[in-house]
Design a protein around this ligand. Structure first.
Ligand code: ATR
Length: 282
């Protein structure tokens, strides 16, 4: 890496931050495009979040990503948020404008839709029925993005139904909440099934779901990337469904931030996927 005194600086705020893959992602692109810039991990305690965000313009930062647990709290510290971020109620990307003001955006939904690109474009989903499992922050971002792209009916399935209902009420449109125990009953006529729960992740319980009713052409997607092939994706692939793993969303959500901070539209390639998966090496 060749960092000069003029290097553009960006980073990621998290608490803890050491598990974040964003430094690996953005520094790969910086090297790839030979950009004089650096992207650093910043361990910011929740109590310091407001001050840390307000310090960014004074420090000359181009911007930062925000990860757990900062995505909601940060909204009150920025000068404005995008329309999409307001709908989602969370921000993951801060951009410092020339006048020193701070804008918050949410790029998770964009990342999800772009990652699907391998199997389907947003246009292919227009008017189609979708099932989303889970009603946490990731579900909210993905459901909002699906609504923006004018999918048809969205079945929102969650263990705590009230949480799903809150998303349905906030986003409006045809979002039907479903009890967790009925998750296998809404799969016929579905074009896309997405898991946004943490079930199936390393160290978490398995995601049990009977896929018998799911059409063979339905895309099955999981936002978990550890492991890359979750039990859900393995089961879906075995019966011939196209599958999309969670790494794509992670990589694509980083693209808008990188473009804003460093002035280059980055591309997600197989080489990048390998680099991120091969965490130990350099
Ligand atoms: P994030 O914000 O990252 O999406 P989250 O807010 O912790 O994560 O949400 C995790 C999701 O996994 C929620 O939908 C949660 O269901 P609840 O809203 O009922 O908590 C779901 N989840 C976690 N453990 C689960 C389990 N054992 N069975 C079913 N759903 C589970």
């Amino acid at each position: 890496m060749n960092i000069s005194g003029k290097a553009k600086v960006a980073g990621v705020f998290g608490w803890p931050v050491e598990h974040s893959l964003s430094p690996r992602l953005h520094n790969y692109w910086l090297k790839e495009y030979k950009i004089d810039g650096v992207f650093i991990p910043l361990a910011v305690e929740p109590d310091n979040l407001h001050r840390a965000i307000r310090s960014l313009p004074a420090l000359g930062f181009a911007g930062v990503n925000l990860t757990v647990p900062h995505k909601e709290m940060a909204i009150s510290a920025v000068d404005r948020i995008s329309e999409n971020a307001a709908r989602v109620g969370a921000i993951n990307t801060l951009v410092i404008s020339k006048d020193g003001s701070i804008e918050g955006k949410n790029t998770d939904g964009f990342g999800f839709i772009e990652a699907l690109g391998a199997c389907a474009s947003a246009d292919d989903l227009k008017g189609e029925t979708v099932v989303v499992l889970g009603a946490g922050g990731a579900s909210r971002a993905i459901t909002a993005a699906l609504r923006e792209h004018e999918v048809g009916k969205i079945y929102l399935v969650n263990r705590t139904r009230e949480r799903a209902q809150r998303i349905a009420d906030d986003l409006g449109g045809e979002i039907i909440t479903v009890d967790w125990k009925e998750r296998a009953d809404v799969l016929s006529d579905v074009k896309l099934l997405v898991n946004t729960t943490l079930l199936g992740m390393v160290g978490q319980p398995k995601l049990e779901i009977n896929l018998d009713a799911l059409p063979a052409s339905a895309i099955v997607s999981d936002i978990i990337y550890s492991p890359l092939m979750t039990g859900l994706l393995k089961g879906a692939a075995r019966r011939g469904n196209p599958v999309v793993d969670g790494l794509g969303m992670l990589l694509h959500q980083g693209r808008p931030g990188f473009h804003s901070w460093f002035g280059q539209e980055p591309v997600v390639t197989e080489g990048l996927r390998t680099h991120i998966l091969n965490r130990g090496a350099n």
